[in-house]
Design a protein around this ligand. Structure first.
Ligand SMILES: Nc1ncnc2c1ncn2[C@@H]1O[C@H](COP(=O)(O)OP(=O)(O)OP(=O)(O)O)[C@@H](O)[C@H]1O
Ligand SMILES: [Mg+2]
Length: 223
């Protein structure tokens, strides 16, 4: 871990305007994650954990406050600058996976590679890298399946494999082991934490699992 923050949130406010009133989700939330830090985010259901991850990824914009990546203000970037930043530097495991239903497992895993190449076709080396990544999460024998033909845990493992495809500096993972049995989850996390330590990668992981929290450097509690 280094002393410099990689990503920071300052006084983030986020609310949703609904017909029956305003839902205040985050109020003046500030947070700093150092490069190489493994941060766990915990909090009750509905406390705003997924909302926070989406703001950190620049997938959504706050009502006020800002997100900075290495001192650059994410919210001042254009949509396409934010997409390019995500493609190059960020892996996201969504709570509900967001796998593309018409693509095979292998094609889903290759999406981040294609995003980096502004939607060009992946090369043979990259296809091999995707297969290796899918092997690591135990999906080597499911390459031609579609997401509906996978179990919940397999879909979750695909989501993690996809997020790691471009070896991102920052991984934002929303309950990445919530659908896995303890043995499979531990095995994946061993791999993830070893790799992240070796490469000084920054992890922000939302979880309800205290055992996963214990493996992180620090836990941030959302109320
Ligand atoms: N698009 C939206 N429109 C309106 N309200 C929303 C929207 N997204 C989230 N909310 C509300 O914001 C609050 C926080 O949602 P969020 O998904 O961030 O919670 P969470 O902490 O991730 O919960 P969980 O542990 O159940 O995944 C919830 O009360 C939810 O109802
Ligand atoms: Mg959530």
């Amino acid at each position: 871990m280094t002393d410099r923050p990689y990503i920071e949130a300052e006084k983030l406010c986020k609310s949703y305007k609904m017909p029956h009133g305003v839902v205040e989700v985050l109020t003046d939330l500030s947070l700093e994650v150092k490069r190489g830090e493994h941060l766990c985010i915990m909090g009750a259901s509905g406390s705003g954990k997924s909302t926070l991850l989406h703001l950190l990824a620049g997938l959504d914009t706050p009502d006020s406050g800002e997100v900075r990546v290495e001192n650059e203000r994410l919210n001042e970037w254009s949509e396409s600058q934010r997409s390019a930043f995500r493609a190059r530097h960020v892996g996201v495991v969504f709570q509900h996976y967001h796998l593309l239903p018409d693509l095979t497992v292998l094609e889903n895993a290759l999406l981040p590679v294609r995003a980096l190449k502004t939607w060009g076709s992946p090369g043979r080396k990259q296809v091999e890298a995707a297969k290796t990544q899918l092997d690591r999460v135990g999906l080597g024998h499911r390459l031609e399946h579609r997401p509906v033909e996978l179990s919940g845990g397999e879909q979750q493992r695909l989501a993690l494999a996809r997020a790691l495809m471009n070896d991102p500096e920052l991984l934002l993972a929303d309950e990445p082991t919530g659908n896995l049995d303890a043995v499979t989850g531990d095995h994946l996390l061993d791999d993830l934490f070893t790799l992240s330590r070796e490469r000084n990668r920054t992890l922000v992981i939302v979880t309800h699992d205290p055992r996963l929290a214990e493996r992180c450097h620090r836990t941030f509690h959302l109320r």
